[in-house]
Structure formats: structure tokens, C-alpha cells
Design a protein around this ligand. Structure first.
Ligand SMILES: [Zn+2]
Length: 86
């Protein structure tokens, strides 16, 4: 059972509401706080840690058919992404 996601934080550049998720590689991925139809990232909260799963292919298609929210990486929508994306 997934826990409730913590309160969103804010992007340091554009002040938009974002959420942070830890990827499989242990990196922190910022996503937009609100789910989006074009989203590719699922968030799962366990023990106070939010994990981000970046989906592709059949996995993504199957989540799109479900009611599970999908989030867009924030760098897609952040007007300042060029200044902080590495
Ligand atoms: Zn931003």
C-alpha cells in the first residue's frame, strides 16, 4: 500500500510546485506537483521516502490505462530548466 505523498515543495528557479522522487539510480528527480496526461513518472511513498519510477514502453502504456497518476519531469515545464539541468 502506497503512503500519501508529502506536501509538494517549490522549484528554486521558477517557484512552481514540484515533488522530489528518488530514482533507481539514487538520484533526485523533480516532477511537477500535479499529475499530467503526458506524464511518464510514477511516484511511490514508502517509509517517508518518495520513489520515482520513470516508465517507458509497455509499462508506461499499462499505467496510462489505469487510474494511477503520472507526473512530468519538471525540467519539461520549467522555464529556467536550461540554467539548472545537467
Ligand atoms: Zn522550475
Amino acid at each position: 500500500m502506497s503512503e500519501q505523498l508529502p506536501e509538494p515543495s517549490r522549484c528554486r528557479s521558477c517557484r512552481a510546485e514540484i515533488r522530489w522522487g528518488k530514482t533507481q539510480n539514487g538520484k533526485n528527480l523533480p516532477v511537477d506537483a500535479e499529475p499530467a496526461q503526458a506524464g511518464t513518472v510514477v511516484l511511490d511513498s514508502h517509509g517517508g521516502v518518495v520513489y520515482a519510477g520513470v516508465l517507458i514502453g509497455a509499462q508506461l502504456a499499462s499505467v496510462r490505462r489505469s487510474t494511477r497518476p503520472l507526473y512530468e519531469p519538471h525540467w519539461i515545464n520549467c522555464p529556467d530548466a536550461k540554467t539548472w539541468r545537467k
